[in-house]
Ligand binder design. Structure first.
Ligand code: FES
Length: 72
């Protein structure tokens, strides 16, 4: 949730992630939090899932990542 990642697309990504969690009833199994800058601003937006870092996450890529990570 650093300002660079937020302005590069994580503002929209957050909404998609929240909706994905809700649609797949994952809220009891996940801890979803914002993190500060990961010092990879030029490669943002960045998201991290179980210490696995994803760079340049746009909305279409995000959907693929979520489906792969959570087998939905
Ligand atoms: S704001 Fe995301 S890596 Fe810096």
């Amino acid at each position: 949730m650093g300002s660079s990642c937020f302005s590069r697309g994580n503002s929209a990504n957050v909404k998609v992630i929240k909706q994905f969690i809700q649609d797949n009833s994952l809220d009891a199994q996940l801890t979803f939090t914002g993190r500060l800058c990961e010092n990879m601003c030029s490669r943002g937006p960045v998201i991290v899932i179980d210490d696995k870092v994803y760079e340049s996450v746009n909305l279409s890529r995000l959907c693929k990542i979520l489906k792969e990570e959570f087998k939905c």
